[in-house]
Design a protein around this ligand. Structure first.
Ligand code: SAH
Length: 370
């Protein structure tokens, strides 16, 4: 028997196509989206304006299914972190950051990551596959279900959780389409951000098909240092990345900017000469800079920068004419930074030989057990 299709993974065009293939009109797809995302109904029998035969066909062939909440932790500062179980039992994370009338949800796009950036905890856990678009949309649905209890909803989505979104391209595009769609979450294109370590061909492709906000995890002003911190730089060096960034932001138009993320690590990339070189590098690019003090985790080998170095770095950028925000650390008491909670739980999970066997088969790089 063919498996049921999880319709959370379908964007509007895909749903319309599904209906047309069943001999119905495309607008039925939009009707269905409104039931699901505006009325919160996922039982096809309740969708009374769909033809009965269609409701029956949907019931027999499709479903709406969400990741399972394995754990939910709330920090003193209001940050909420979920550990979610997807597909055949893998664990992923998502984090909700409430601040000043905004609810920013940080979602995962992959189970682990292949990129192995030297300072990232997710990279150390290896890679166990892509999330489906339904898993990505499902994260927003789950956060909204929690927020609905206080009559709020997710206002911003950032694909800055586990994984490299541009290496799970089609699923990420379908999911961000649902986030932006007025028949679904209706978020503005400025409030949906894809964050990438710099998969240059995918940035070029992205420009052709979407207009979401783009954040680049730069972390270094020159190739020598970036090769060490973000190994994908060896394949797509800074010059190529800057060319793709400029093309993307040009396509967005003059009112919009790229976000450059720069994680500051003590004595590694946080010195005045790094700031000055960064300002020179970014001068031709319409962008703002997000400075993120390194979030330490056991065995990382890096340290959080000194306060005075962070402030000096920010001052250099501002004096050079950039908007340079310092991202404050949130949810420290619940290990809200990337990959950290899964890291703890996975140590236990690894004892299950089934999981271990899968990791050994699927992981393209050695799994570092901390
Ligand atoms: N792969 C994507 C998205 C996931 S990482 C990307 O690279 O952009 C999201 C952001 O968190 C990236 O800017 C990443 O470099 C940063 N990050 C990862 N580990 C960190 C840590 N321990 N401390 C501070 N920032 C970190």
């Amino acid at each position: 028997m063919a498996s049921l299709q999880n319709l959370y993974g379908f964007d509007r065009a895909q749903l319309e196509q599904l209906f047309v293939e069943q001999g119905l009109q495309a607008f039925r797809g939009r009707q269905l989206m409104k039931w699901v995302y505006h009325q919160g109904k996922t039982n096809f029998a309740d969708m009374t304006d769909l033809p009965l035969a269609m409701r029956e066909w949907l019931g027999a062939n499709c479903h709406f299914s969400l990741p399972e909440i394995e754990r939910q932790l709330t920090s003193k500062d209001g940050t909420v972190k979920w550990l979610l179980r997807v597909g055949n039992g893998d664990l992923i994370e998502m984090v909700l950051i409430p601040e000043k009338g905004r609810n920013t949800l940080c979602v995962s796009s992959q189970i682990g990551c292949v990129l192995d950036c030297s300072f990232c905890s997710t990279g150390k856990q290896g890679f166990n596959g892509n999330l489906t678009s339904a898993d990505i949309v499902g994260q927003v649905v789950l956060a909204n279900q929690m927020l609905a209890t206080r009559e709020e909803s997710v206002t911003n989505v950032v694909l800055m959780g586990m994984g490299e979104p541009l290496l799970n391209f089609d699923a990420v595009i379908a999911a961000t389409n649902v986030m932006k769609d007025d028949h679904a979450f209706g978020l503005s294109k400025r409030r949906v951000t894809i964050s990438t370590a710099g998969v240059v061909p995918a940035i070029d492709k992205l420009r052709e098909i979407t207009d979401v906000a783009l954040a680049i995890s730069l972390h270094a002003p020159n190739d020598e240092l970036r090769n060490e911190l973000v190994p994908i730089n060896r394949k797509y060096p800074i010059e190529d990345l800057m060319r793709a960034c400029k093309a993307y932001v040009d396509a967005l138009g003059p009112a919009r900017k790229l976000v450059i993320e720069y994680t500051l690590m003590r004595g590694v990339n946080d010195q005045p000469e790094h700031a000055k070189a960064l300002a020179v590098l970014l001068r031709p690019l319409r962008c703002k800079v997000n400075l993120i003090p390194f979030n330490p985790f056991p065995g990382s080998g890096y340290e959080r920068p000194h306060r005075k170095d962070i402030e000096h770095f920010q001052t250099v950028m501002i004096r050079s004419g950039f908007t340079a925000m310092l991202r404050t650390t949130r949810g420290e008491d619940i290990d809200a930074a990337c990959g950290q909670l899964v890291g703890q739980v996975q140590d236990r999970t690894r004892r299950q030989s089934r999981y271990k066997a899968r990791l050994e088969v699927a992981t393209p790089q050695p799994v570092v057990v901390q």
